[in-house]
Design a protein around this ligand. Structure first.
Ligand SMILES: *[C@@H]1O[C@H](CO)[C@@H](O)[C@H](O)[C@H]1NC(C)=O
Ligand SMILES: *[C@@H]1O[C@H](CO)[C@@H](O)[C@H](O)[C@H]1NC(C)=O
Ligand SMILES: *[C@@H]1O[C@H](CO)[C@@H](O)[C@H](O)[C@H]1NC(C)=O
Ligand SMILES: *[C@@H]1O[C@H](CO)[C@@H](O)[C@H](O)[C@H]1NC(C)=O
Ligand SMILES: *[C@@H]1O[C@H](CO)[C@@H](O)[C@H](O)[C@H]1NC(C)=O
Ligand SMILES: *[C@@H]1O[C@H](CO)[C@@H](O)[C@H](O)[C@H]1NC(C)=O
Ligand SMILES: *[C@@H]1O[C@H](CO)[C@@H](O)[C@H](O)[C@H]1NC(C)=O
Ligand SMILES: *[C@@H]1O[C@H](CO)[C@@H](O)[C@H](O)[C@H]1NC(C)=O
Ligand SMILES: *[C@@H]1O[C@H](CO)[C@@H](O)[C@H](O)[C@H]1NC(C)=O
Ligand SMILES: *[C@@H]1O[C@H](CO)[C@@H](O)[C@H](O)[C@H]1NC(C)=O
Ligand SMILES: *[C@@H]1O[C@H](CO)[C@@H](O)[C@H](O)[C@H]1NC(C)=O
Ligand SMILES: *[C@@H]1O[C@H](CO)[C@@H](O)[C@H](O)[C@H]1NC(C)=O
Length: 741
């Protein structure tokens, strides 16, 4: 138990640097060496000042005035801000006007034409309106595709007969009117109609001389009569919203051309623009920053930003999200991932006892245990490891085990060249090499503490005695070097873990392959339990420890946690080794490894094969986090099919699948006594394999399977394991080397 506490603490230490690292990175919005703002306005890429800093079409000018301030310009218009996620920007637009004098109809006017054809910009139709202010003035906005093609015109004319009819207030039609913009466009013209055509300006001539038109997003406009009676609006600006997008193709097409595809950051997504033919990039949920730059999207530390977890839940940030954790004895409310409720099952559950003891014992107890432990280990290594092995090698001629020299090993691995690394284990690094014209795997211990030595010694001893086609063969060792090294046969096709969960999902795992792997692994474990003398309990059965050769034959490996029964038992009651998610709850409680502990772990491996799901899914809702409890619940509720690997939802095979599920359920029995032996498991799997190969030999009827599906399972409460799962899982999520084993 002491060891367990230490593991948990180590885990927490391991995890913290990665958190602080991600939080410390500052936001980058521009290409390297480019100014990130102009006149106080942030200019994120694809926008940029100067052509080197911008994506083509997004170049802005940053002009400085004599007063020393600078302003970002897009053509003739000032940029007020840029919104990367919505693909919009605010631009300052001048107010258009037309005034008339005593004798001339028009003595002063300003209208403008915006020509953004061939640029990424267009006028937003949802947020902007055209507003006219004045009396008997007809202001309009003409929209076109280009200089020579007319699309439409929109506008309005405010009417007012006398000064008395004007009041301060909303834009009501008297002195002020407004119209929506029906078409998106990148070419538009503000204009005023000839006042004498339809409207008679002489009605208002003696109190107003000018009419105004503004293109604006400001819908809450308050009209002051002074706008009409004076010329204070001349020279004013309003802000309008423009849309921008990348390119002129949709995401699907854009993604096809990697060199021009603009969403360069990891964790970014492409969105088709709703207003133009192009697309936009956004950071994925849980990330923020600039999706147009490599590495631009960075994790949002929700815990620091807003701490969504209500006390006493603790917030933990991870890439792309956060998770609230409840203190011991509580769990997350179902349907609410931010709040805790009391978890009676956990408090009363069997596993809780272990945790409570562990935490009570934290402190001197742990330290004492550790000391005691290392003495035991040293003794063990002396007694059972190195010495026995050497004696055995010396005495036993037919013993197929070689002692390699340091030189041989160095040659084989090209002096431990990193290129030859095929895996990092908890215990060391595994290199590929060629020894005596044979491909071998060489395991080199990382740390030379007593415990590691013990594990190596033990593994050497155990493996050297075994000869089974489904157990990885040890060819020898090297004792000359400071760190012990083991030489194994080389198994070319990786681990079952990688096969199931690996990235190469192209090679779908077929049911018969699945059964073959399950059956052969079971055979190997049954051999260890029943044919080895003394019996060997593996102690760390998991998909990472099942290797696959080129014919998908299973090879059980990694005997670092194994014990020889019964001689070992007394010495190892204080060490609970293994991998969370696979650990037999009874073993955790009794600290006594039995053959049934392997059966339990093997049951979990069966679930992995059936469901293709991780044993502990940190990202899943609480009920689904532990695969074994999720599975048992699903069996109870007759919903097993929901969990199944998509490949296996095929109706023809469902009975075979249910047979395996049933077997897995038995293996996961809470009480070791109720679990089948490994021999029985192997026999069952053999039978199921034959059933799959020859369905006509079917011994089971669908009713039987239905009963099985309906049968309520034992009231197993694995929930209690969540407390451990959580911490230890975090450990497994951090050192990825462990996963890459
Ligand atoms: C900017 O304004 C000037 C003068 O009003 C005009 O000639 C020019 O075409 C405008 N440029 C753009 C890009 O609108
Ligand atoms: C920036 O200014 C230069 C020179 O004044 C001009 O040629 C260019 O068209 C301007 N670019 C933009 C996007 O306004
Ligand atoms: C950008 O636009 C989105 C959607 O309109 C909005 O939620 C967000 O607050 C805006 N960001 C900024 C910085 O204005
Ligand atoms: C032109 O209109 C402005 C604004 O109303 C006015 O101040 C100015 O006197 C007018 N000029 C002439 C020549 O009518
Ligand atoms: C315009 O008319 C006003 C009276 O209506 C007069 O006082 C003013 O001198 C005239 N201005 C011009 C330039 O004719
Ligand atoms: C002006 O408009 C606002 C909402 O736009 C409304 O609440 C208010 O009553 C209006 N005022 C008048 C005088 O119509
Ligand atoms: C404008 O109204 C005045 C006075 O009501 C009138 O004398 C004049 O003829 C009208 N002008 C036009 C073009 O209708
Ligand atoms: C403007 O002229 C009209 C007649 O054309 C007159 O009734 C009104 O009183 C005048 N208003 C002012 C402010 O001079
Ligand atoms: C309106 O915009 C123009 C051009 O950007 C600028 O010169 C002017 O000072 C602005 N006017 C106000 C009142 O901000
Ligand atoms: C799309 O953009 C490319 C490059 O900017 C240009 O060559 C092509 O003519 C454009 N196509 C359309 C339909 O606008
Ligand atoms: C084993 O791996 C090799 C290459 O590493 C690959 O070509 C072969 O298809 C794999 N075999 C199986 C059964 O996965
Ligand atoms: C299983 O349950 C379903 C409904 O829950 C029921 O219709 C069916 O008869 C049950 N089958 C057996 C064999 O109990």
């Amino acid at each position: 138990m002491g060891a367990m506490i230490l593991i948990i603490i180590q885990v927490l230490l391991l995890i913290s640097p990665s958190i602080t690292k991600s939080a410390a990175q500052s936001e980058v919005i521009t290409l390297p060496g480019c100014p990130n703002s102009c006149g106080g306005v942030p200019i994120p890429y694809p926008f940029g000042i100067g052509s080197k800093c911008a994506m083509p079409g997004f170049e802005l000018n940053c002009s400085s005035t004599s007063a020393g301030t600078s302003t970002p310009y897009l053509g003739n218009y000032t940029i007020l801000n840029i919104n990367l996620s919505s693909g919009q920007a605010r631009v300052s637009m001048p107010v258009s006007y037309q005034c008339y004098g005593n004798t001339t109809r028009t003595n002063l006017s300003f209208t403008y034409t915006v020509d953004w054809t061939g640029t990424p910009f267009q006028l937003n139709t949802e947020k902007n309106i055209i507003r006219a202010i004045g009396c008997n003035t007809l202001a309009s906005l003409t929209i076109a595709d280009s200089a020579n093609s007319y699309v439409g015109v929109t506008g309005c004319a405010p009417l007012c007969e006398s000064l008395e009819s004007l009041t301060n207030g909303n834009c009501s039609g008297i002195g002020c009117c407004q119209a929506t913009i029906p078409e998106t466009s990148n070419y538009f013209i503000t204009s005023f109609d000839d006042l004498n055509a339809d409207l008679n300006a002489s009605l208002s001539y003696n109190f107003t001389r000018c009419g105004y038109a503004m293109l604006t997003e400001d819908s809450d406009f308050y009209l002051k009569t002074s706008y009409i009676t004076t010329n204070e609006l001349i020279g004013q600006n309003t802000s309008a919203v423009i849309d921008w997008s990348i390119g002129n193709t949709t995401c699907n097409i854009a993604q096809g051309n990697k060199s021009s595809y603009a969403c360069s950051s990891d964790n970014s997504v492409c969105l088709n623009s709703s207003t133009s033919a192009g697309y936009l990039c956004n950071c994925s949920d849980g990330y923020q920053g600039n999706p147009y730059l490599e590495g631009g999207c960075q994790d949002i530390d929700e815990c620091v930003k807003q701490n969504p977890c209500s006390a006493p839940a603790k917030c933990h940030n991870f890439q792309g999200g956060y998770k609230c954790f409840c203190p011991f004895g509580r769990r997350l409310k179902s349907g609410n991932k931010d709040e805790c409720e009391l978890n009676l099952a956990l408090v009363l559950g069997p596993c809780a006892g272990v945790i409570v003891l562990c935490f009570l014992g934290l402190g001197t107890y742990a330290i004492n245990e550790k000391r005691k432990l290392s003495k035991v280990e040293e003794k063990y290594f002396q007694e059972h490891g190195g010495r026995i092995l050497l004696e055995k090698i010396q005495s036993d001629q037919g013993f197929g085990f070689a002692i390699f020299t340091k030189q041989q090993i160095e040659q084989a691995t090209n002096n431990f060249d990193n290129a030859n690394i095929i895996g990092h284990g908890g215990q060391g690094t595994v290199y590929k090499g060629s020894l005596r014209d044979q491909m071998v795997a060489i395991k080199k211990c990382k740390i030379t503490d007593e415990r590691k030595k013990k594990e190596f010694g033990k593994e050497m001893l155990i493996l050297s005695q075994i000869n089974h086609k489904n157990i990885v063969k040890i060819l020898g060792c090297c004792l000359e070097v400071e760190v012990p090294m083991l030489v194994y046969e080389f198994i070319p096709n990786g681990t079952l873990f990688h096969y199931i969960h690996g990235k190469n999902h192209e090679s779908h795992i077929s049911l018969s392959t699945c059964l073959k792997i399950a059956h052969e692994s079971a055979e190997a474990l049954a051999y260890l339990h029943f044919s080895a003398s003394p019996p060997i309990f593996h102690g760390d059965v998991k998909s990472l420890n099942i290797l696959l050769d080129q014919n998908y034959s299973a090879k059980v490996s990694d005997f670092g946690a194994s014990i020889l029964s019964p001689t070992d038992e007394a010495q190892f009651v204080t060490v609970v080794q293994g991998t969370c998610g696979y650990l037999d709850p009874e073993y955790m409680q009794s600290c006594q490894l039995t053959d049934k502990s392997d059966v339990y772990s093997f049951g979990v491996v069966l679930l992995e094969l059936l469901t293709n799901k991780p044993v502990i899914d940190f990202y899943a809702p609480e009920e689904e986090r532990s695969l074994s409890s999720y599975f048992l619940c699903a069996m109870k509720e007759n919903k097993m099919h929901e969990l199944l690997n998509d490949e296996f939802k095929n109706e023809d095979d469902i009975e075979v699948i249910m047979e395996v599920a049933k077997l897995a359920k038995e293996c996961l029995n809470m009480r070791g006594e109720d679990r089948p032996t490994m021999k029985e498991v192997a026999e069952q799997l053999d039978r199921i394999r034959k059933l799959k190969q020859h369905p006509w030999e079917q011994e089971y009827h669908s009713e039987e399977i239905e009963t099985l599906l309906n049968k309520t399972s034992h009231s197993i409460e694995i929930r209690g394991a969540d407390g451990i799962t959580f911490d230890v899982y975090r450990a497994r999520s951090v050192p990825t080397e462990r996963l890459a084993e």
